[in-house]
Ligand binder design. Sequence first.
Ligand code: F0G
Length: 472
Amino acid sequence: MTISEPSRESVSQAKQRCIEPKCGASYGLNERVYVCKSCGSLLDLELNVEQAFDANSLRSLWRERLQSLEPRDRSGVWRYRELLPFANDAPIVSLNEGNTPLYDAPRCADYCALDSLLLKHQGCNPTGSFKDTGMTTAVTQARILGVRLLVCASTGNTSASLAAYAARAGLLCAIMVPEGQVSHAKLAQSLDYGAKVLEIEGNFDACMRAMRELAEDESIYLVNSINPFRIEGQKTVAAELAEQLNWQMPDHLVVPGGNLGNSSAFGKGLHELYQLGLIDRMPCITIVQAVGAAPLASLFLQHEQDLMVEDPTFDIVNLDQPHTLASAIKIGAPVSWKKAWRALRWTSGRVLTVSEQEIADAKAIIGRDGIGCEPASATTVAGIKKLVAAGTIKGDEKVVAVLTGHLLKDTDYVINYHSQKLSMSWESGAGNVKQIVGHFSNQPVRVEASQKAIRQVLEHMQNEQEPQVNPA
Ligand code: F0G
């Protein structure tokens, strides 16, 4: 069967639909709504792809496009455009996102007591985080809608990504970030790409609330992951991963959880691949949160037994003062929690928390595999280690961890860890300070500029043992 490109007519049948089964209100593709006007819940894009294509033809088509030089085919998002709500003549805004590596990580596997472990490194996207895969579709939709000013609230990566894609599209953008809580590298990106940076007194959740109110103004387009066009781009990572694994799903897929757009997107992506017959089973999705910023993990603890209920009536309890050094996921009121919960239901998934110490050590081990990531991403390897130790994941099971951001996104954290200066303070009654121990620290050595002194260091180094991946 030959597949024709998604036409305007086929795409025009797509809808935005409320995710609540008892509501199900629908909206046109180009209606500017972020949440259901009728019940206030989240919206999904509904494509009915399963009626139009067959699995083998799609697999071959996507494989053939790897040989193509056309920009849409070079993008690891637009290569899967049959899964997207855009016609073939959409004015796409792309930075050649996606196409990220799937690495074998033997030291991380040893650390977790697994036979093997694969790391899908979304930090290898153009702006250094997974956000680019959703920003390409959201900014393309902004172009279709004809809006000029794009906005987002961010802990730093969404904003860096938006700033880059808005610049590519020649559109204006303003980003709202919590003052003093965003890494310099992320801030530097947004400044260089020309975004108007608004530093807000307050945390990410306060920025998000303010942005949602602002976005009621028709002239402003919000591109946080509450916007379903973001999720559409991000879901293609599931297809890319499946293709890299020759369409054989692992037993477990492990992702960090903050505002919960990423886990929602993996859930939707995998669900659609399954419906299309491209994969024959779903991996179990595990969402890992930092212990001080874990509203979904608390909900899971309370309601695990209700996971299979299609229409849950309970609500998440937001945290006023989330705290973690993994600043990307310092979020107390995750906007997409219902979609993430649905992803857990579809995949019989689970949620767990890891401590600051566990995150920091796991991050250093990911570095030792020559890969590296930002702190939020390391929750995955820390979580896997815990689940293997608890017997929940077996040593011979196939596990993929998703690294969401690049090592260079937060170098202060890295330097502090390796020089034994990493600590966290947060307000909780009288206030707290927690020191993190650099179990795998690698401190720089001061050495005089003489051949003798340098040789001594190098000789000593060669007599040292392979670094142990498990601290004593
Ligand atoms: N990892 C990194 C590196 C992130 O930047 C984020 C979120 C997450 C994980 C969590 O993903 O929110 O989809 O559950 N960063 C957002 C931002 C909040 O503004 O950059 P999520």
